[in-house]
Design a binder for this molecule. Structure first.
Ligand code: 2P0
Length: 332
């Protein structure tokens, strides 16, 4: 069998995925919309080798020993082996080009690259819709990293998940001056992982029904805002959507508070800049790092103002990026 090597970019949600309706099939309670990030990617090579006695996985050149990460990769390879009707173990090498501490979720780019590379190595011919559904099984947000530009992951209605996959809303060329500045305020590992945090929210948060009943309006606004290139509509809706998600986290029992003082400093600065007339908004995922949303013409000033804050360790500038792709050069 041949080797498969693929590369997928990370993504940041403008309308968030928060909560599952099926934890095995990784089906979401609500749809979500993201921007794929240019140049923040994972590259993965997979080869199924009859000589192996077990799967062998390296991440950033370090062998993954038994542990949660290794188990998740093996579980995902099992899904692909079942689809391809093979029993062969695989060698997997995966590398992120962004620092793991950059405040970006590597599970989205990681499971998209792994799905595409392993499907290719197993001889499966999957279309983007099937690849998105396969990536979803590894990590929900990975379903969106198959596509470039602005992407919507449909909630779907069916219990077998066959209608829950991501589709492109617009390619990167549609809105090339859209920018996402990822500010790093903390590099320590978060106490509550997204998977556990969303489960606890669904199970214990009295505000969660409010989240669900308002998210479709946010999806409509961000989807049409992207099509119309209405920066204010997209930014304001994304910011409000993120605050609603964090409100559900905070009102969960026990509470999950991902923010730290530097997070608040950035939120305040964004509000001050907006009062000064600068079109700028923020979004925050399951952690303290803030992603600042702006357009290229205001980017340099905003970046400089962010770097003046004592709590900001680093700022990474991202444009809309391309889809997951197959590479000819392998990692081994
Ligand atoms: C998102 N997050 O839409 C949301 C916003 C975090 C906050 O997708 O359990 O790593 O693997 O499906 O995809 C992070 O959750 O969770 C995430 P699993 P995932 O980007």
């Amino acid at each position: 069998m041949e080797k498969g090597t693929c590369r997928a970019n990370a993504n940041i949600a403008l309308v968030k995925y928060w909560g599952k309706r099926d934890e095995t099939l990784m089906l979401p309670q609500n749809g979500s919309i993201s921007m794929t990030l240019d140049g923040m990617h994972t590259t993965t090579t997979v080869e199924f080798l009859p000589s192996l006695k077990a799967d062998e996985v390296t991440l950033n050149d370090a062998l993954l020993a038994d542990g949660k990460e290794f188990a998740q990769v093996v579980e995902h390879l099992n899904i692909i082996r079942e689809m391809a009707k093979i029993k062969t173990f695989a060698r997997v090498a995966s590398k992120n080009n962004f620092p793991t501490a950059a405040g970006l979720a590597s599970s989205a780019s990681g499971f998209a690259a792994l799905s595409m590379a392993a499907a290719k190595a197993a001889g499966l011919k999957l279309n983007p819709q099937e690849l998105s559904m396969l990536s979803r099984r590894g990590s929900g947000s990975a379903s969106r990293s198959i596509h470039g530009g602005f992407v919507e992951w449909k909630r779907g209605e069916k219990s077998d998940g066959t209608d829950s996959y991501a589709q492109q809303i617009a390619p990167p060329s549609h809105w090339p001056n859209f920018r996402m500045l990822t500010t790093v305020v903390s590099t320590s590992e978060k106490k509550v992982k997204s998977r556990a945090g969303m489960k606890q929210t669904v199970e214990t948060c009295p505000l969660y029904p409010g989240w669900l009943s308002s998210v479709n309006a946010d999806l409509d606004a961000v989807r049409s805002g992207i099509k119309e290139k209405d920066f204010h509509k997209v930014g304001a809706t994304a910011e409000h959507n993120c605050l609603k998600m964090h409100a559900t986290m905070i009102a969960t029992n026990p509470p999950i508070i991902y923010w730290n003082p530097a997070t608040m400093e950035i939120i305040h600065l964004v509000q001050v800049m907006r009062e000064e007339g600068v079109p700028v908004y923020f979004t925050i995922d399951a952690g303290p790092n803030v992603k600042v949303i702006c357009q290229e013409e205001n980017m340099q000033d905003i970046e400089a103002r962010l770097k003046e804050l004592s709590g900001v360790k680093n700022v990474h500038v991202c444009k809309p990026g391309g889809p997951a792709e197959t590479l000819k050069e392998h990692l081994f």
